[in-house]
Design a binder for this molecule. Structure first.
Ligand code: CA
Length: 233
């Protein structure tokens, strides 16, 4: 099945050269002059890629981009939320460019552009879209509720003191990294001069005991001699 592309562009001369270049590359191009036409076309069929002009007689291509990136609106338009989108805009419209990228455009071309460049960018976007999504990061067994100052392990709330909470929260945020004792001291005790490295060691010990209460099968905090502590999830 060939790749379907929607081109929203109100300048017929630009649309013609673009459509010609893309069709020559084997893409199936549906051209619309108005935002409303584009919406109707989208409701009819999902597209593999959208090329949207910004300034159109009946509206703005950025609004359409916003809708595609919004779950419910995208579903109403029958488009995948992750559909690659390339924005076209008049030269020097820096604001459009920034706005477009903020709204989730994948690429941007300023007019005038060469149809060959557009075709090359579109191919790159399609290649990227065809790549399998990177495996989702393994879910961490910890959940840190920073507002409530509570941490759960495997869904079970840990009975932590304020210091222990700060210590564990800091370790979680930098999971996989080794934290020096004085960095942990600064994070959990602030400027309390009464505390020493020994204080950190003591708290890590009680923290480990509390983690073991919930999950006896794993040691989450490892000691790196002469360097500090590391939390592995
Ligand atoms: Ca235009």
């Amino acid at each position: 099945m060939s790749t379907r592309l929607l081109l929203l562009e109100d300048d017929p001369a630009i649309a013609r050269t673009v459509a010609y270049a893309l069709e020559r590359d084997g893409l199936q191009v549906t051209h619309c002059l108005l935002v409303q036409d584009a919406r109707e076309q989208m409701q009819r069929q999902p597209f593999d890629l959208l090329v949207l002009d910004v300034g159109l007689p009946d509206g703005c291509g950025l609004d359409l981009l916003r809708d595609v990136r919004h779950g419910q609106a995208a579903a109403a338009l029958r488009q995948r939320q992750a559909t690659p989108v390339l924005m076209l805009s008049a030269r020097g419209e820096e604001l459009d460019r920034v706005l477009g990228l903020e709204l989730g455009a994948d690429d941007y071309l300023a007019k005038p552009f060469s149809p060959r460049e557009l075709a090359a960018r579109i191919k790159a976007l399609l290649r990227r879209a065809a790549m399998p999504a990177p495996a989702a990061a393994a879910p961490t067994p910890f959940v840190d509720d920073e507002t409530g100052q509570r941490i759960t392990l495997h869904g079970q709330a840990l009975p932590l003191t304020r210091r222990e909470y700060r210590l564990l929260s800091h370790l979680l945020r930098g999971a996989g990294r080794i934290h020096a004792r004085d960095a942990l001291l600064a994070a959990a005790w602030g400027d309390d001069s009464e505390s020493t490295d020994r204080t950190v060691d003591t708290h890590i010990k009680t923290l480990r005991a509390k983690l073991r209460e919930v999950d006896a099968g794993r040691e989450y905090i490892s000691t790196h001699r002469g360097m500090g502590y590391c939390l592995d999830v």
